[in-house]
Design a protein around this ligand. Sequence first.
Ligand SMILES: [Zn+2]
Length: 235
Amino acid sequence: MVCDAHLHSSHLPLADISSGGLFLSCSSSSADWAPLLNDPRIIPFLGIHPECLKDDWELELEELDRILKENPAAGLGECGLDRRFYKLISREEQERALKAHFDLAKKYSRSIVLHQVQASGALADFISGEKPEIPVLIHGFSGSREILKRYIQLDLFISLGPGVHSGGVELAETLKLIPDNRLLLETDWPYTAGRGSTSYKEILNQHYEEISRAMGVDFKTLAWRIRENGAVFTN
Ligand SMILES: [Zn+2]
């Protein structure tokens, strides 16, 4: 009965999803929208990843508006800011697209899943301006203590991926700062870089085991807590 707060169930290799879990599955581009909507095992999140923004993204979001109207279970995402692509799609353009995603989330009272790479401060500034009253998830958090504190102040949900176990993140410190009711766990499958495990289930289970050890909380209690938090995103 675990929750995976961020995966791409429609990308290869396909995730081996058992029933009974809670899976928040995101699109990267409009090509993923139909497969996600047709998969009853997951909660679909529809949007355009900054890397996948094309010239006609505004037209695509008009289509998304119609899809959201007809699919009350669907949330928004993943969308966000990614400095690695600023040369191709400027920061201004990425922020315009992000704003359009937020407008849809607010219009239909849906939750939203955010992506950021090397733009954590810009994203915090943006969200401060938005003052969203919808659940907002920062996926794959790996930032500094300072940025984490800002995100917590903004009442965001923080999702940690398996990358937190391979150094670079002060895991114990990070876990201490995140309130129990704002913590989520994810695989980002299939973009979880090899950690020795190969299967989806192994990666998800191992991640939960390592986090439960780091928190000193037993596996079942942790799984129950994360599922409760994930349920906030079921629209
Ligand atoms: Zn992702």
